[in-house]
Write a protein that binds this ligand. Structure first.
Ligand SMILES: Cc1cc2nc3c(=O)[nH]c(=O)nc-3n(C[C@H](O)[C@H](O)[C@H](O)COP(=O)(O)OP(=O)(O)OC[C@H]3O[C@@H](n4cnc5c(N)ncnc54)[C@H](O)[C@@H]3O)c2cc1C
Length: 460
């Protein structure tokens, strides 16, 4: 059963009588397990007695995307194709403008289903597509536990505002998705004949051929994309890490977090799957649920309701935070680093450099180090605006989970978003401050640096 609150009928034009299939445009939910949009599309296809076609459109230059991200994403798509075909579902992979491609494919569709999006760019794609469609169209929200509009009906000031509503409703939205068997299978019709689908045998060659303008970046040597890999990571974490999470999560010297964020970002894993596995094993993990559901869905709330405002400090910060940063904008900075120095991890600070190198090489960084990393860039940039831009650039470029609501909320947090005023000091004003002494006091931070150095030796 898919909760009605997940389903939004975007277009009520009726079922196209000449339609031959239901079309599901998969974009943000790149998985089969607990994909409510896929389940809805299968049910609709069965109800209309037609086959189902899933279409994935690779946008040749997705904003902020580079070959590291595309490699990870396509590793997932490559695994998805045979799994869908085994379910009798047609799969089409194309490169180009999804609005054009999906609207063309919809000419033979009885109805269209798409997954729900939060960011401005993705929402604009859906708006533009809906303008071009001529059949019933549904948008299904599947990448969060509690649908964003249900969790809170406006931008939340901080986690405390959204937590009670989310925690009260969490179990209502944890029903696992059982995909009905597809009654009208597409059979053995080759998707390349039927839909002009592109082959994806070798990902690098695919990117060279179809996405030549994409920025080139080495792939992560640590993370492999795809739903099966996501499940493997999850099972490893649930076998051991989850039991230590409460104590270990903040310590960068211990690998105490799940490292599931790249899989969540690409929708290769659903938070519903994670929570059900957790709860079915009777694991009580309040601290983990706080991060995975409350903090993550606070970030989705922020990006969804703030829209274009997430791009400028003045527009998204609470007044106290912007005023205090503005008041201190001319304070003397002891270190001012050019972006290239930051990017190469060549500052005077070994902890910061280690964090930067961890991100550059692996595509991931520990949460405590992300906080420290962000705070220091504020200290080492000429203005808060410059710091914000640099953080977005570096985060989106190197993190596999970059370009995500969590990334925009995490960076905004460094400037006071979703936080409270602290004791006033230079440069930061009343924004929370972090320093190396704090890392040294709380953690075996030198062992974090050694760990990163060892990692770098392994992957280079
Ligand atoms: C400056 C800065 C930049 C960040 N950039 C990103 C980003 O680009 N993408 C991204 O997914 N997260 C980002 N975060 C949030 C957080 O650091 C990561 O989600 C987390 O480190 C991912 O590692 P994990 O999967 O091992 O987390 P775990 O601790 O295992 O948590 C499980 C899941 O909960 C969610 N989560 C954990 N911590 C947070 C948090 N603080 N806020 C919101 N959700 C959270 C994530 O989805 C995560 O995968 C950023 C935080 C900061 C301070």
């Amino acid at each position: 059963m898919i909760h009605d609150n997940r389903i939004n009928r975007r277009l009520h034009k009726g079922i196209s009588p000449q339609g031959e299939y239901v079309l599901y445009w998969m974009q943000g939910a790149q998985r089969i397990t607990d994909n409510h949009a896929l389940a809805y599309a299968i049910a609709l296809a069965n109800q209309l007695e037609v086959p189902l076609v899933v279409s994935f459109v690779v946008i040749p230059r997705f904003p902020g995307g580079n070959t590291r991200h595309y490699q990870f994403m396509l590793e997932g798509i490559k695994c998805l194709k045979p799994m869908l075909e085994q379910m009798g579902i047609g799969f089409s992979l194309k490169v180009g403008d999804p609005v054009k491609i999906i609207s063309e494919m919809s000419e033979k569709a009885k109805a269209v289903v798409m997954d729900f999006a939060y960011g401005v760019f993705e929402r604009e794609l859906r708006e533009a597509l809906v303008q071009k469609l001529d059949c019933d169209t549904y948008e299904v929200e599947t990448n969060v536990v509690v649908p964003v509009n249900v969790a809170y009906n406006r931008e939340a000031y901080a986690a405390y505002a959204i937590r009670p509503s989310i925690m009260k409703q969490i179990h209502t939205y944890l029903t696992p998705v059982h995909h009905q068997p597809l009654e009208k299978s597409l059979g053995k019709i080759s998707e390349s004949i039927a839909f002009g689908s592109l082959p994806l045998d070798e990902i690098r060659a695919f990117l060279d051929d179809y996405c030549p303008d994409l920025e080139r970046l080495p792939k992560s040597e640590v993370f492999i994309g795809g739903e099966q890999e996501a499940m493997r990571h999850l099972d490893v974490f649930l076998a051991d890490g989850i039991y230590k999470y409460d104590q270990a999560q903040s310590d960068p010297a211990v690998s105490g977090t799940s490292r599931l964020s790249p899989y969540l970002h690409f929708g290769q894993l659903s938070p519903v799957t994670i929570l059900n596995k957790l709860f079915n094993r009777g694991i009580k993990a309040d601290a983990f649920v706080e991060q995975l559901v409350v903090r993550r869905e606070l970030a989705f709330n922020y990006v969804y309701y703030a829209g274009e405002r997430i791009k400028a400090l003045k527009d998204f910060l609470p007044a106290w935070a912007y005023e205090t940063l503005d008041h201190h904008r001319n304070d003397k900075r002891d270190f001012l680093y050019p972006l290239e120095v930051l990017e190469k991890g060549l500052t005077h600070d070994p902890y910061w450099n280690a964090a930067q190198m961890e991100m550059m090489k692996t595509g991931h960084m520990h949460n405590t180090m992300r906080m420290y990393w962000g705070k220091k860039v504020i200290e080492w940039s000429r203005t808060p605006e410059e710091a914000f831009e640099r953080l977005c650039t570096l985060n989106d470029k190197y993190q596999l989970d970059g370009r995500d609501p969590n990334g925009y909320a995490g960076i905004a947090w460094c400037f006071g978003k979703h936080d409270r005023p602290w004791q006033e000091r230079a440069i930061f004003g009343k924004i929370r401050y972090m320093n190396a002494a704090g890392l040294e006091r709380k953690y075996d931070i030198k062992s974090y640096v050694s760990h990163v150095e060892a990692l770098l030796r392994e992957v280079t």
